[in-house]
Design a protein around this ligand. Structure first.
Ligand code: SF4
Length: 653
């Protein structure tokens, strides 16, 4: 019997119209757990590195995590994986909500799409009955609207529907997959879904999931729930409000936006407004938020309520994700009311709420600089908000200049030329980043920005505070109940970290400490992404309920796999290295591993080189960031070493 997982994947070839239920190899679960780990393995095995993102040979994998569908709180992530049109590397993006548990209950761990459908279709997975259905009547419909129409036509109000909007249909590189209360936004996943001709995937499942040692597992789940309650009463003092509690992060509860509005950049990630926040703005924004936010809501089996239902008069209700609350407002130099309004349209179109506002702000700057012309903007309103709506409509339809902008700032700048590249200044690995520009280089963040494969800083960071506490008293207070540390040395790192002087950025944390910290943070994210547990309860917040000490017993009691901390670390290392190998085979090298040039004003090239060297060495990779043969063999990835050797990527010396 298989525990925690179903042991079956659905394989759907859209070119042939075939559907197969395929039993999976339990050994792969032991090696990679599930979710991101097994997705990367499938991509490595089955998609040759020369494959273009929009080739029928590219796979699009919708995966549950290993613990999804079990009673583990917050185990609800769907991990969507493919080759990204934006970065040309492996793209993986996650969504919360309800879809993954429903797929497990229908009897599948993953849905793997191959080929392309000649017509727009949607897939209906109803336990054992799986159909590819015509979706021509859904063409052009919004992602949220599509889900509603499908539920009605199936007469199945409990079906969970993941859908794309117009942006995905038109292969916009920022296209997301929307799932009611969540979305897989990064790296153009929705564009690949649209390219394959899939408008939506509806799922309904009513089966059970088996647990290896249910009583023990339920006890652990109750401990997590209990800890969440206790932690709720004990916000971490001395950190910004969104980092004080658990959740992902709890933006929709908060009305205090002083930190974001004054520290993040406005427009095309250029301008800081140090004195923006005042009593008047605070009152106005509070009123706006409390008027439109009808209800706080959670993902499947989670008490945290990170999302909110938003009802702006005159437009249909939608669910806002934490990160898009301010991105449109600040990119357009507007305010919260505008942010709530345009996010509704953007959600229906199905676009990444992080990238898309930056692409539009980039276009506005190019116009102001005379690089884009009046002709490019013919018919565009002159006010900022009107301009953003106009640009959004053009981008998702790929009309006029929107066709160029739909490829994201990096590719659009190449196409536009005339110096436009200098305006695409906020990219990593060809993708838009957090609109944040700072003074002094932070060694930990330098490594995370440079080497992360997800191209999303919030899904690499966490665990270790982002800044030192000013006094020793505060530090001692912080470390005294810091049970999550994998090693006591991290407490010392924090206790010695000063705001100024010798033990401050950029030389403290030291190179080796920075590598340790990044490795811990990455480890937790990679484990979450394999288990399908929300980072909001694990890798992202300070002092979370899930950590390296309780995860092994969660895994072993759920699956029956013999797992301890050392074993779990080995799985993490294997998955981390496998992902790196997938991208290395696609051409990723050291030269690609850098933050946006202007992210920090004060840069230290020598130190940065040492950081990268030390990080690669720690991981068992060579100077270019390529895993060595020995490392691969030690991690049971000898077949990758052989492949990389045959391609001349690992030199056989
Ligand atoms: S912590 Fe927030 S985002 Fe995460 S599962 Fe819970 S409600 Fe969803």
């Amino acid at each position: 019997m298989r525990y925690a997982e179903t042991g079956y994947n659905l394989e759907i070839d859209l070119s042939r119209g075939s559907i197969e239920r395929v039993e999976t190899d339990p050994r792969l679960t032991e090696l990679h757990l599930g979710g991101l780990g097994t997705n990367a393995k499938i991509l490595w095995d089955r998609v040759p590195p020369e494959t273009e993102p929009f080739s029928p040979d590219n796979l699009l994998i919708f995966s549950t995590g290993l613990l999804c569908g079990t009673p583990a709180p917050g185990a609800n992530r769907t991990i969507v994986t493919t080759y990204s049109p934006q970065t040309l590397l492996m793209g993986y993006s996650m969504m919360g909500g309800f879809w993954a548990p429903e797929l497990k209950y229908a009897g599948y761990d993953k849905v793997i799409f191959r080929g392309k459908s000649p017509n727009l279709v949607y897939v209906w997975i109803n336990n054992d009955k799986v159909e590819i259905r015509d979706a021509s009547h859904l063409r052009g419909k919004g992602a949220v609207e599509t889900a509603e129409v499908i539920r009605q036509e199936l007469k199945e109000p409990k079906a969970q529907v993941a859908a794309i909007g117009l942006a995905g249909e038109n292969r916009v590189y920022m296209a997301s997959v929307e799932q009611g209360r969540s979305s897989a936004s990064r790296l153009g996943i929705g564009a690949v879904m649209g390219d394959k001709g899939i408008k939506a995937i509806a799922v309904r499942g009513t089966k059970d999931i088996n647990l290896a040692r249910p009583a023990e597992f339920i006890k652990l789940c109750n401990e997590v729930l209990q800890y969440i309650k206790v932690r709720d009463q004990k916000p971490v003092p001395g950190v910004m409000p969104i980092l004080a509690g658990l959740g992902s992060p709890a933006e929709m509860k908060l009305v205090d936006e002083e930190w974001h509005t004054q520290n993040f950049m406005w427009g095309n990630a250029r301008e800081r407004k140090r004195d923006y926040w005042n009593k008047e703005i605070e009152g106005k924004w509070k009123e706006t938020q409390e008027t439109v936010r009808t209800r706080l809501i959670s993902c499947y089996n989670c008490p945290m309520k990170c999302g909110a239902l938003i009802s702006v008069p005159g437009i249909s209700t939608y669910m806002m994700k934490c990160f898009s609350k301010l991105t449109y407002a600040m990119a357009a130099f507007s305010d919260l009311d505008f942010g709530f309004r345009i996010a509704q349209r953007a959600t229906e179109y199905g676009v990444d709420g992080f990238s898309t506002p930056q692409v539009m702000a980039f276009a506005v700057e190019l116009k102001e600089a005379g690089i884009l012309t009046d002709q490019d903007f013919a018919g565009c309103p002159s006010d900022s908000e009107g301009r953003f709506y106009w640009l959004l409509d053009r981008i998702v339809r790929r009309e006029g200049i929107g066709d160029v902008l739909a490829n994201g700032t990096y590719w659009a700048a190449q196409q536009i030329g005339k110096g436009a590249e200098a305006y695409a200044h906020n990219n990593i690995k060809k993708h838009e980043q957090l609109p944040l520009k700072l003074g002094m280089l932070n060694p930990v963040y330098f490594l995370m920005y440079s080497t992360g494969e997800k191209i999303n800083i919030t899904q690499i960071e966490g665990q270790f505070p982002q800044a030192p506490f000013p006094t020793m008293e505060e530090r001692e207070d912080f470390v005294k109940d810091w049970i999550q540390v994998p090693d006591e040395k991290f407490k010392k790192y924090l206790l010695d970290w000063e705001m100024r002087g010798e033990r401050s950025n950029p030389y403290y944390p030291t190179v080796d400490m920075s590598v340790d910290i990044v490795d811990w943070q990455e480890m937790m994210h990679y484990i979450d992404d394999a288990l399908g547990v929300c980072a909001g309860l694990s890798a992202f917040p300070l002092k979370p309920p899930y950590h390296i000490h309780n995860y092994p017993v969660f895994i072993s009691s759920a699956t029956g796999i013999d797992m301890d901390e050392a074993g779990l670390r080995q799985v993490y290392k294997r998955n981390r290295t496998l992902l790196r190998a997938v991208n290395v085979r696609r051409g990723l090298r050291r030269a690609d591993e850098k933050p946006p040039e202007d992210h920090w004003k004060k840069r230290f090239p020598e130190l940065e080189a040492k950081l990268l060297d030390a990080y690669y060495k720690f991981k068992g990779w060579d100077h270019q960031g390529i895993p060595t043969k020995e490392t691969l063999q030690e991690l049971d990835l000898g077949y990758i070493a052989e492949d990389l050797e045959q391609r001349g990527i690992i030199k056989n010396e």
